[in-house]
Write a protein that binds this ligand. Structure first.
Ligand code: BEZ
Length: 254
């Protein structure tokens, strides 16, 4: 994983409790992929394999890749074929997949050109690249609160290096790698949390928060929660996160 982004090493139980919806909401992206029987498909950033398993159920040969060792172990425990590796530097033979799929992973890979170079290389001519990830404005309230609090502790806001492009910028980037873009659209998807914002932060911001020593971490989390409460907690006490999704479908030239 790149040196700028502190991607957390996912804990399976915490992930299931606090953010199970990440794959539960991925069904429409699988539909957009439209896996066809007999195809060989790569699931890029497959996480714990929940959607890889759905794709595998469509009579295709699916391989997952993820940079998180715990995720790879969880996905393999489902009986899936999964490689541990960096999506920004794909380790596969040229023209070995009919389609590449990705859900909720590409925002963790700021070397977007590295990703697209690899995807273009491993796809067969005419192959599809279909996915969804955080787009421009994604988790804006969360990012602002994290920056406000972490910079008091000397963590530079630029180090919160998630990649959230506009639909137009991503379309242009896909085209610059030789793809024909059928769809690239942004849409807001505010998402109610099964627990609360502290649970979300524990899963997704752990890498940043762990830069603080024990003495500073607890008050910093309290300050972040306090900043977020007016925006993300409703009068019934329900927390949501201000997700914006970028959904795309592109095809490599024949
Ligand atoms: C997302 O799914 O958009 C996301 C989740 C955690 C951190 C950043 C983005």
């Amino acid at each position: 994983m790149n040196e700028h982004l502190d991607k957390p090493e996912w804990q399976a139980d915490s992930y299931h409790r606090h953010v199970r919806y990440v794959s539960d909401l991925g069904g429409p992206v699988v539909d957009l992929l439209d896996p066809r029987p007999g195809e060989r498909i790569l699931d890029l950033g497959c996480g714990d394999g929940a959607l890889t398993e759905v794709i595998a159920g469509r009579q295709v040969d699916v391989l997952g890749i993820d940079a998180g060792e715990a995720f790879v172990a969880s996905a393999r425990a489902r009986g899936l074929d999964v490689v541990h590796g960096d999506g920004q530097d794909l380790p596969f033979e040229p023209e070995s997949f009919d389609a590449v799929f990705s859900n909720a992973a590409l925002h963790w890979m700021p070397d977007a050109d590295g990703v697209l170079r690899g995807v273009s290389r491993v796809l067969k001519p005419g192959g599809r690249f279909v996915g969804e990830f955080g787009g421009h404005g994604n988790i804006a309230a969360v990012t602002t609160a994290l920056r406000a609090v972490l910079q008091r502790h000397g963590v530079k806001w630029r180090e919160l290096g998630w990649y959230f492009p506009t639909a137009e910028a991503y379309r242009t980037r896909l085209e610059s790698h030789g793809f024909t873009v059928e769809e690239s659209q942004l849409f807001p998807r505010p998402t109610p949390l099964p627990t609360d914002i502290e649970g979300w932060l524990a899963v997704f911001a752990e890498g940043f928060l762990n830069r603080l020593d024990d003495h500073h971490r607890t008050p910093a989390i309290a300050a972040i929660v306090d900043l977020l409460e007016p925006a993300l907690r409703d009068d019934q006490g329900q927390w949501s996160v201000d997700y914006v999704r970028l959904r795309f479908k592109a095809t490599k030239a024949e």
